[in-house]
Structures are given as structure tokens and as C-alpha cells.
Design a protein around this ligand. Structure first.
Ligand SMILES: Cc1ncc(COP(=O)(O)O)c(C=O)c1O
Length: 386
């Protein structure tokens, strides 16, 4: 029971505080102050609604403030907000099982952390530890996160400038080409769709070629599915979509529908060699995060969102008169000119969409249950803007 005499959230948020006066200025923000979300819409402080085709940064897979998500997370908050991995927890057991059940069959164990960067750090560490090899191969255009280990395999200079060489021996190779691996390579890491680089989408042939080369050289294949997993592509994972086996599959973003979670799924053969102390985290796999994972997984199944992602893609491909990259609910619309002015104009007309590091590519990564009327309205607006 919540005591009615306690202060409310509004009592603790007096308003009128300039964020930049207190928050470190690491973000170039959109001129938007959002205060509420429901389904695929978010409202600004003046009560103006926006259709959220940016999905809160590819996070809100099941929509904002889904009633079931709220209910399950609130129930867990009333029971136990936090205890670390040093004790057992029924909600953790159920969440780990739900993720493993949803993932490809060879990935039988999961390590939970708090972000995509951490999920990749864990995968890189396990791969080096397991193979005893130092080198990692990554791709031009890659983005794997901003911690030092994840930066070591992130390609763009824009993000890499603080990377330290001792955090990893990385060889960057051209996107789309299968490199020849030597026996110093622990792992190859890649995003099946390089979203930030402009939704550069791997082909089946490329991924299967990489798998074969990893097998030949005794290297592990790490799929960074921070953006592509949990139904986003119209398949459970990109590994399923492409029919390719990953030794390690990392994820975050929409895994818990908005609660911070990093997911590192591990192949059965590799998992058998992992011992206590090989990796750790205080907050990862906490009860609230696990409740959020369970709620999100339940909604994906109950609302058949994997199928819906395919329908969403078909709708966009039909209504957009130009090149569409990506799959399911992770799409890039390619223009001949920079999309920045279109992105700003769309915001004026009530749609939030994303740009990318390729100035000509607009990104759509909405909740998978976004109403088709909103999709059609966005496409009509895009056509009118030319
Ligand atoms: C493909 C990919 N990997 C890793 C990350 C890093 O995730 P996080 O920001 O949760 O650390 C991101 C974030 O955008 C991403 O898109």
C-alpha cells in the first residue's frame, strides 16, 4: 500500500529547472521535452502528441507505458526492488528462462547486465578467455558502445577518439566482405544490421561466409543484436532471420521494453567452461529488470509482435517510394539529400523519427504495435515532403 500522505512525483518535480545547468553536456538534444507516453505516442510538456517512430531510441518495442508492463514492474516493486546475483530469485530464473527460450536453441545460458556496451564487453571477454587468443575482427561502420572495451571494436573516429589501444587488438575489415582469419583471432563481432551507420544490412551470403570462416579458423562469432533481437526484425533474432549460428549473441535496447538491461547469450559448449568469477555485475539481473523482461516477452507473444514486425515492413515498403533498408521494425529510408531538414519538419507535424551517421538515411524503429493508421499518416507526410 502506498501511503497517501507521501509526496507525489509531481511534488518532487517542481519544473522550471534547466537540464543543461546540471546534466553534463554529452548530448546534442532534440528540442523536445517529453513528459508522458502511451502506446506509440508521446506527449510534450504543452500536451502536444507525437507518433514515436524513433521508439525512444529503438527501446520501446511494446510501446510506451504498456499497461501489462506497468502492472508487472509495479508488482515486483512492491515485493522486492533489488537484490544482487549473490542470492537466488524466482523472477530472475523465469526471466533467464524466457530469454533463453526465445533465443536460438544453441544459446542455452544468459548473462544479464545493464546496457548494450556491457553486453558486448562480456561477450568479448568470454571470447578471449575461452579461445586464449588476443585479436578481434570488427567491421568498418560498426558501433558497439562507448565503454572502452566496446569502443575498441567500434569503427567510427567520431566515437573512437577516446579508445585506448590496450583495450583490444582489433582489426577492422570492410563491411560485407568475409576476411581471412588467422589463428590469433578470438572472435568476429558484427551487427547484422549496422543501424547507426545508415541501416547497412548484411546479406545471408555474407553472414554464412563469416560463420564458415570462423569455423575454419577456430574463432567465435559474436552477433551484436542490441537493436535487432526480440522480434524487431520479424524473426525472434537476426540469427533466426538469417539462419546463422552465433556463439555469443548480445542485446539490450528493447529486451526489457525500456528498463535498462544488457543481455549476453552464450552457446552451450562455451557456457560449460564458464566458472564463478569470470564475469560479474552488481545491478545486472536485478528483480525489477527481470520483471520488465518477463512483461516485455509476454507482450511480444500475446500481441504476436514478431508477425506484426513483418507486416509493418511490408506496409512501409509499399508506401515509401524509394530505397528501404533493414527488416521488420528496424528500417532506413534512403534519400538523395540530407534528411535533417525532413526530420525537423516531421517533428513539426507530430512525428519523431531518427537520423543516422549517413546523412541521407532516416531511421524508423517504432514500437512493433504502432497502429497502421500512424504508419500510413507518416508515409503520406513523407510523400508530401518529397
Ligand atoms: C548495435 C549497438 N551495439 C551497442 C550499443 C550500445 O548500447 P548501450 O548504449 O545500451 O550501451 C548500441 C547503442 O546504440 C547499438 O546500437
Amino acid at each position: 500500500m502506498i501511503d497517501q500522505d507521501l509526496p507525489s512525483l509531481d511534488d518532487l518535480v517542481p519544473g522550471g529547472i534547466a537540464e543543461g545547468d546540471y546534466q553534463l553536456a554529452t548530448y546534442d538534444k532534440l528540442p523536445l521535452t517529453l513528459v508522458r507516453g502511451e502506446g506509440s505516442r508521446a506527449w510534450d510538456a504543452d500536451g502536444t502528441p507525437y507518433w514515436d517512430f524513433y521508439g525512444g531510441h529503438a527501446v520501446c518495442l511494446v510501446g510506451h507505458s504498456h499497461p501489462l508492463w506497468r502492472k508487472i514492474v509495479a508488482e515486483q516493486a512492491e515485493r522486492l526492488v533489488f537484490y544482487s546475483n549473490v542470492v537466488y530469485s524466482p523472477v530472475r530464473s523465469a526471466a533467464c528462462k524466457a530469454l533463453v527460450d526465445f533465443a536460438p536453441a544453441n544459446l542455452t545460458r544468459v548473462f544479464l547486465s545493464n546496457s548494450g556496451a556491457e553486453a558486448n564487453e562480456a561477450a568479448l571477454k568470454l571470447a578471449r578467455h575461452h579461445t586464449g587468443r588476443p585479436e578481434v575482427v570488427a567491421f568498418e561502420g560498426s558501433f558497439h558502445g562507448r565503454t572502452l572495451g566496446a569502443l575498441a571494436v567500434t569503427h567510427s573516429e567520431k566515437y573512437r577518439r577516446y579508445a585506448l589501444p590496450e583495450y583490444g587488438h582489433t582489426r577492422f575489415v570492410p563491411w560485407g566482405e568475409v576476411p581471412v582469419l588467422d589463428d590469433g583471432v578470438a572472435a568476429v563481432i558484427l551487427e547484422p544490421i549496422q543501424s547507426l551507420a545508415g541501416m547497412r544490412t548484411a546479406t545471408r551470403e555474407f553472414l554464412h561466409g563469416l560463420r564458415a570462416e570462423c569455423d575454419r579458423a577456430g574463432a567465435l562469432l559474436i552477433l551484436d543484436e542490441v537493436q535487432t533481437a526480440w522480434g524487431r526484425l520479424g524473426a525472434h533474432t537476426a540469427a533466426d532471420y538469417y539462419g546463422v549460428r552465433a556463439d555469443l549473441l548480445t542485446s539490450a535496447k528493447s529486451a526489457a521494453g525500456g528498463f535498462p538491461v544488457g543481455v549476453t547469450l552464450v552457446d552451450d559448449a562455451l557456457a560449460r567452461h564458464v566458472k564463478p568469477g569470470d564475469q560479474g555485475t552488481t545491478f545486472g539481473a536485478g528483480p525489477l529488470a527481470c520483471a520488465a523482461i518477463l512483461a516485455t516477452q509476454h507482450i511480444v507473444r500475446a500481441e504476436a509482435l514478431v508477425t506484426r514486425a513483418r507486416d509493418l515492413e511490408a506496409r512501409v515498403r509499399e508506401g515509401f517510394h524509394g530505397e528501404v533498408r533493414g527488416h521488420g521494425g528496424l528500417l532506413g529510408l534512403v534519400y538523395d539529400t540530407p534528411v535533417k531538414p525532413r526530420v525537423a519538419e516531421l517533428r513539426q507535424r507530430g512525428f519523431i523519427v531518427g537520423g543516422s551517421d549517413d546523412p541521407r538515411v532516416m531511421r524508423l524503429m517504432p514500437p512493433l504495435n504502432v497502429p497502421f493508421e500512424a504508419v500510413d499518416a507518416l508515409l503520406a507526410t513523407l510523400r508530401s515532403l518529397g
